[in-house]
Each structure stands twice: as C-alpha cells, then as structure tokens.
Design a protein around this ligand. Sequence first.
Ligand code: NAD
Length: 517
Amino acid sequence: MQVQTINVEIKKTLEILGVNLINDGTSTGSENFSNGEIIESISPVDGHLIAKVKSTSAADYEQVITTATEAFKIWRTVPAPKRGDIVRQFGNKLRQRKEALGKLVSYEMGKSYQEGLGEVQEMIDICDFAVGLSRQLHGLTMHSERPGHRMYEQYHPLGVVGVISAFNFPVAVWAWNVALAWVCGDVCVWKPSEKVPLCGVACQKIAAEVFAENNLPEGISSLINGDYKVGEFMSKDSRIPLISATGSIRMGKIVAKEVAGRLGKSLLELGGNNAIIVTPDADIKMTVVGAVFGAVGTAGQRCTSTRRLIIHESIYEKVKQALVDAYGQLRIGNPLDENNHVGPLIDKEAVNMYKAALNKVVEEGGSIIVQGGVLSGNDYQSGCYVKPAIAEAKPDFEIVQHETFAPILYLLKYSGDVENAIAIQNNVVQGLSSAIMTNNLREAERFLSVAGSDCGIANVNIGTSGAEIGGAFGGEKETGGGRESGSDAWKVYMRRQTNTINYTTELPLAQGIKFDL
Ligand code: NAD
C-alpha cells in the first residue's frame, strides 16, 4: 500500500464501515443518540483528526440500560443454538469487512495493518468457537443420595454484561466477550477506550445490522462512549451482574472494589510484565525472533509484550549481540506501510512515559545498549514514533517491576539453575504471560511444574505474545485472575443452578435427617 494514498483510503474505509465525521457514541442498535461531550479521535499514525464521537450522558446511559434489560427478557428465551446462528452471521459480516475494520484498527490505534487484520481474524475465530459452544453449554448430572431423586446442574444467562475495554485491542477484546456472552444468552453494553472510539462505532454498526436483519430487539448489543466517568456508571450499577474490564492494574483495582462493594462479579484482564527465560540450551535464532516480535510488536503495547529477558550468563553476550543486530534491522514508520515493523505509540502521554522509563532505568544504575529516542520529521508528524530500546538492568529495579506500555526490553542475567531464572520471573506483582526458550526437557518441565511459572500463560519455545482463542486467556496476581476466550471461560458469563427433582411420594431429607410430623 502506498503511504501517499492513505487519506483517500481511510475515507473509503470509514464509508465502508458507516463511520461518519461526527458520530453518536451511544447506541442500542439501530437507535443512535448521545448528549455528552465530544471525543476527538486523533490518529497516532499522522496526527490527523479522523472523526468525532459524542459521548454518553447519564440520561443516555439510563436509556441504554432500560433497553438492554428489556432485550434480555427476549434474548434469553431464544434457544442457545439459534443464538449461535446469530453469532455465525456476525462472524460472516466480519469476514466481509475484515480489510476495512483491520485498516481502521491500524489507523486509529497505530498497530501494523497485519496486526489489525489479525485482530479481526481473532474476532472471526471466537465467533466460530462460540457457534460450536452454543450446543455445548453443558451442566453435569449427579447421583442423588436419596432414592427416586434426580440431580443436575444447569447454566442460565446472567443478564446485562458490561464490557470495558483498553485501547490496545480496540475490537478483539470486545468480540472475545460478546461472542461468548451472546451464545450464553446475555446482552452486552460496551464502553470502548476513549482513545479508539471509532473502532467501537464501527463494530456496533456491524452487530446492529445482524440483530436488525433477524428482527431481534434493540439492546442485545449496546455501545456507550466516554472516559472513566462513563465506565463508573457501569461499575456502580447493580443492574449489571458482571463487569468484564480490560486495562491497567490501576483501573482494575478501582473497578474491582466498586463491583465487589455491590457483590457483583468482575472479570479482570489487567497489566502484565512478561518475561522470556533463555537457558543455555535455547535455540538462539528462535529466541531472537520471539523476543524481538514480543518486545516491539504493536510498539510494545500488548498486554503480553515481552518486557524482560532473563538470560543465562553463559550465553548472555551472544544473545545480547544477536538482539542488538536484530534491532539494527527494524524499520519504524507508518504502520499501514507493510514494509515497517514498528508503528507509533498511542499518544504523546505514552511517549512521555516511555522517555521517563528510559531515564529511570539509567538513574537506577542500568545501561542502555540500544538507544531510544523520539523520531521527528515528515514521516513522524504525529510525534508518537519512538525507537525500540534495550537496557541492561537488575531484576529488582523499580522500573523493571513496572509495566511501561512501550517498546523497552530489559536484559537480566541469571546464573546457576533454571530455578533461579524462574524466581526472577515470578518476582513481580503481575502474572500474565511467560515463556522459556530451551531444548532441555527437564528445564521446560520444571518451568511448567507447580514450582514453575506463576503466570496464566506459560509457553515453551514460543514468545510471550500472540495467544490463540482456543485456550482460556488471562493472568494471575495483579493481572486480575480473569479468564476470557476459549476453554471453559464461558462459565463466567452464566449463573449455575443445581436442581433436585423428587419423583416419589415420600419426602426423604438429605443426610438422613428425620423430621416426622
Ligand atoms: P486504562 O486502564 O487506562 O483504560 C482501560 C479502560 O478502562 C478504558 O476504557 C477506560 O476508560 C476505563 N477506565 C479507566 N478508569 C476507569 C474507572 N475508574 N472506572 C471504570 N472504567 C475506567 O488502560 P489502557 O491504557 O487503555 O490499556 C492499557 C492497559 O491494558 C495495559 O496495562 C495492558 O496491559 C492492559 N491490557 C490487559 C489485557 C489483558 O488481557 N490482560 C489486554 C489488553 C490490555
């Protein structure tokens, strides 16, 4: 794709997706309205204003929740496989709009076009998964201790599910939630990040089209927009039994407290501080590819980005040199130009955090071995392009313990056994993704054992980023403990009911308790 034609291309993309220059950011389906402040969507790619979105006022929010609550009463009675068919249709529409939506993701958020397409593919994959799941929302049956009694468990939908999402996966995280929640019989209200509101508008339009074509009620999918204040409408609202929130640990702590205060459920997907352990038996070539993609992909703005490399001292210099060479090959620039490896950070605030982290690592005694810096000039007009940097550091530096959402990779050295590397890896508050590069079976198994990685994701000979939808996704400790996407993650979107049926004329009590009248 030619960079010069981007503006025309983007205009066409917005047209295909039905995104206008000013959009109502509140929607219950075909009904779009908004009375809140204006949010401007500025592209980090070139600094241009793409379009504006009106945010959701308190009164708009009330209308959304009323409509969603009414829609739930109908949606929950639609048989689950039929709900699955609706999700299948939604997945097909995503297939048709994949290029357009992928391009908008790339332009509004700044990730590469390939990663934008990958994000939409992930939406399609989770729809396929959910279609199959719609016939498998199984409960167990169990034997009753009482004669003539039958016992089983069944799952019912929860109601209105609130989805709060982060800027870095502007469309996929919503899809992970809604595809499962919809087949489970829930209706969803989504607040995307205020940094990427147009992606939210585009997705909601696709969903609304499907529900309207099937004569299903408004409000099975609703969109609200705005900053944390709009997020607070949801976390405080006892009409929303489940809040699925993706974002920083800081946000997660606030939302968790609020939701727990009203005894609601929260599903939290928060920050990571992901490491790859590189042992003396590692394949160095694979290690370098995995580490570089993990550290600079999405400009280091994935929750699973590789932030720490824990390298055995015997191969430390070799790995370090290979990384320095690889970083020398990186091309930084417009993410819609497929020749580039690294795009911009989301905004100038993120650039400031990147600069502060590089200063801090030096202050704490680290040394920068691949220099960072902010790029300027015609190709970097937005002011959001930074050079991926590598620093040698110590595991207990404050900055190394912290997730900086930018392409900074810390090299940490270990000696002795793999247990020492595992201890370094686990000694952070976050627990999302982890990896080991080794051809030594014993090391790999120790890493995966009960005394190994304490993260929600632990990979062998794969980097930390790039999960598939089939597995449950999420992390431990301050990453929040939530699980989304594949496996049995669907259970969080449902309530479990245990049923016991007596088909005798007697009323025996459990545990043999006697109660004669
Ligand atoms: P953020 O915490 O600033 O914002 C995330 C969302 O929360 C936004 O929609 C925001 O408006 C909302 N929000 C903020 N404060 C709130 C409050 N008090 N009440 C209700 N809502 C509130 O995060 P971000 O900068 O958009 O995203 C980056 C962070 O997200 C990183 O820490 C990253 O690791 C994390 N993340 C985690 C996962 C995961 O699956 N674990 C996935 C993607 C991103």
